[in-house]
Ligand binder design. Structure first.
Ligand SMILES: Cc1cc2nc3c(=O)[nH]c(=O)nc-3n(C[C@H](O)[C@H](O)[C@H](O)COP(=O)(O)OP(=O)(O)OC[C@H]3O[C@@H](n4cnc5c(N)ncnc54)[C@H](O)[C@@H]3O)c2cc1C
Length: 404
């Protein structure tokens, strides 16, 4: 039977940001409780491509060698096609010396790897099936959360509550954090098919005047396809029925045809809304937002996990200092945003430029994307955007000894 508890820090959400933060703080002797609403880490289509910037930051905090013990694929190239014809190949391998590849590592593998490491610390606990319903505010300060587990409600009190609960964050809503901006441009409709030989380590994007889709290798022997469609199109497909999306897929790359022919309903699809958001202030007295809860990136460049985890690592550094001073005021916690806010906005801006090159925001001008891509490749713009999105230009600004 769940009962009221207290801890040093309560992290709401066991996604990549919450787990990295929890692990780094536990390694510094802080008593950590992570609350995860799901019963385990099994989840699909969530941040499975991890770009070189993720590898760089894992090296910076000493987690890279540990992660490499778990199943993964190394991705070396990004190939762009116009219909079936190769248009441009951009190498991921020579973007940075310290991270000459991207990784395919599904989130269940990544999160279990982080948990395996965290189990070494008796001061780390994670509660699964623990849904946070509200924050507890006393004298203007956040002092804990109300959790529901197995149908029972109880309180967890802590010096700090961290909202690492993703793009629909309950901590953000119940603690009245406000967005500075939020927008939504397009949808990606994901599904998985068995892969033909030769798909192991290349990310492919196919364009035509009617289609845009991604074909990504997926560990161990599938490809993950993502149709990029104007916002709301998935709903329109649903209204038009299964034949409408079947003929859309049959019109595309042969790799999708067998899947299309076998389609019975919409359950095999998973939709990612390309939402971009930024919370005006990430900290209040006793409370901090990190990861997608504070800032959501567009899917351009597949860097959502990297950006979320970068904020978590900087937050770990700031929180270690806050625990040393026993000061959890907004003033102290807002150092996380001071150090990360500009970088997040810059990345979101570059993603918006990237989106323009591919005309994703203007579906009626899609036919122009061939010229946009070729021009961007010829002038070096594509390479610059790729480098700025996928690689960290300098190490994360952490001062204390945040490494494992
Ligand atoms: C379909 C899809 C594909 C994507 N592909 C990529 C990709 O290839 N590469 C990439 O880098 N990024 C990708 N992203 C983005 C990436 O998944 C996110 O940016 C990243 O997971 C954010 O990490 P996070 O820890 O901040 O939040 P999340 O991963 O969203 O984790 C939040 C956690 O909080 C839990 N939670 C939520 N509410 C509560 C509550 N009330 N109580 C307790 N727990 C709660 C959730 O169950 C979840 O486990 C993709 C996203 C989607 C949706």
């Amino acid at each position: 039977m769940p009962s009221n508890q207290s801890t040093d820090i309560c992290i709401v959400g066991g996604g990549p940001a919450g787990m990295v933060l929890g692990l780094l703080l536990a390694s510094r002797g802080i008593k950590v409780t992570v609350l995860e609403s799901h019963k385990n880490f099994d989840r699909e289509y969530r941040g499975e491509v991890l770009m070189p910037r993720f590898i760089q930051m894992m090296k910076q905090v000493g987690l890279f060698d540990h992660l490499m013990k778990y199943p993964h694929l190394k991705l070396k190239n990004f190939e762009l096609f116009w219909k079936d014809q190769p248009l441009v190949t951009v190498s991921i391998a020579n973007l940075s010396n310290d991270a000459p590849f991207a990784l395919w590592m599904p989130q269940p593998i990544l999160l279990n790897a982080l948990w395996d490491k965290a189990k070494a610390y008796p001061n780390f606990q994670i509660l699964f099936g623990a849904m946070v319903r509200d924050v507890i505010r006393e004298n203007g300060k956040i002092v804990g959360v109300i959790v529901e587990q197995e149908g029972e409600k109880f309180e967890i009190r802590s010096s700090v509550v961290v909202g690492a609960d993703g793009r629909s964050s309950i901590v953000r809503k119940s603690a009245d954090f406000e967005f500075e901006y939020e927008s939504y441009d397009f949808d990606v409709i994901w599904f998985t098919v068995k892969h033909p030989v030769g798909y192991e380590n290349t990310v492919r994007a196919f364009f035509s005047s009617r289609h845009r889709y991604l074909v990504l290798p997926k560990y161990p022997d599938s490809v993950q396809c993502g149709l990029i469609v104007p916002k709301g199109d998935f709903l329109r497909f649903r209204q038009r029925g299964i034949e409408a999306i079947r003929s859309e897929l049959l019109d595309g790359h042969p790799v999708m045809h067998e899947f299309a022919r076998g389609l019975k309903d919409f359950n095999d699809f998973n939709v990612l809304q390309a939402r971009v958001s930024y919370v005006r202030k990430w900290a209040q007295d006793g409370c901090l937002l990190v990861g997608d809860a504070a800032h959501t990136c567009s899917p351009a460049g597949a860097i959502g996990v990297s950006v979320a985890v970068a904020t978590a690592i900087v937050a770990a550094d700031v929180l270690v200092k806050a625990f040393a001073k026993k000061d959890f005021s907004e003033n102290v916690l807002s150092e996380v945003q001071e150090k990360r806010g500009q970088d997040v906005k810059r990345i979101q801006h570059i993603q918006s430029q990237f989106t323009s090159v591919f005309f994703l925001r203007y579906p009626h001008l899609q036919w122009l994307s061939k010229f946009g891509i070729m021009l961007a490749a010829k002038t070096g713009l594509l390479r610059r955007l790729q480098r700025e999105l996928m690689v960290m230009q300098k190490p994360l600004p952490i001062e204390s000894e945040i490494s494992l």
